[in-house]
Ligand binder design. Structure first.
Ligand SMILES: [Zn+2]
Length: 194
């Protein structure tokens, strides 16, 4: 189904829930339909302007990196379809930018983590989800019990990371890994430095 007026679709969930695969699946359909797709992601740890988004299943799409939400409108001028990866890492201006793009007739897709590793709504995602025309919330599988997982477990050197460990880690702190976990098995110990 393609829409002729603007539309905002947020695809969210915890890590390993398949957000990027779902977005790339939808972008493939838009491309086949002859729509011009522009995919943007926050620059974070890369200096490159052009990168490739690769999903866990190996699907890929060329992307443009931007410093912040304010840069998005300039780089997507040529696109009918605007896709935004890692929405949680953008600043609070992202929901307004997305609304303006949709008001201008564009289809906008945003993926992002709905919660951070502590289980708290992440960055601009909660407001984006409220403003969206459509929200797809995906689940992963809990590595402990096999039930549907909605939380991202951060582990540092194999043990649950305390609530006061940094929200965004670039380059790693110790041996940092992530798992998908259910509500019951998601662990966030109180601040280590208390
Ligand atoms: Zn579980």
């Amino acid at each position: 189904m393609f829409y002729t007026s603007g539309w905002v679709h947020v695809i969210c969930g915890c890590m390993f829930c398949g957000k990027t695969d779902e977005m790339l699946r939808l972008l493939r359909r838009f491309s086949i339909a002859g729509r011009r797709v522009v995919l943007v992601k926050p620059r974070l740890d890369t200096r490159s302007d052009e990168v490739t988004v690769v999903s866990r299943s190996g699907a890929r799409h060329r992307a443009v990196t931007v410093e912040g939400a304010a840069e998005i409108e300039a780089v997507v001028a040529e696109g009918d379809i605007v896709a935004v990866e890692e929405g949680q890492f953008f600043d609070e201006a992202l929901p307004d930018v997305v609304e303006r793009l949709a008001d201008g007739g564009r289809q906008v897709l945003v993926t992002g983590l709905d919660r951070d590793f502590r289980g708290i709504p992440f960055g601009p995602m909660p407001r984006l989800m409220a403003l969206a025309d459509q929200v797809t919330k995906l689940t992963a599988i809990c590595v402990v019990c096999g039930e549907p997982a909605t939380r991202t477990q951060r582990l540092i050197d194999g043990v649950p990371a305390p609530a006061d460990s940094p929200l965004i880690v670039i380059g790693g702190i110790g041996d940092e890994t992530y798992e998908a976990r259910c509500r019951l098995h998601h662990e966030v110990p109180a601040a280590a430095s208390a």
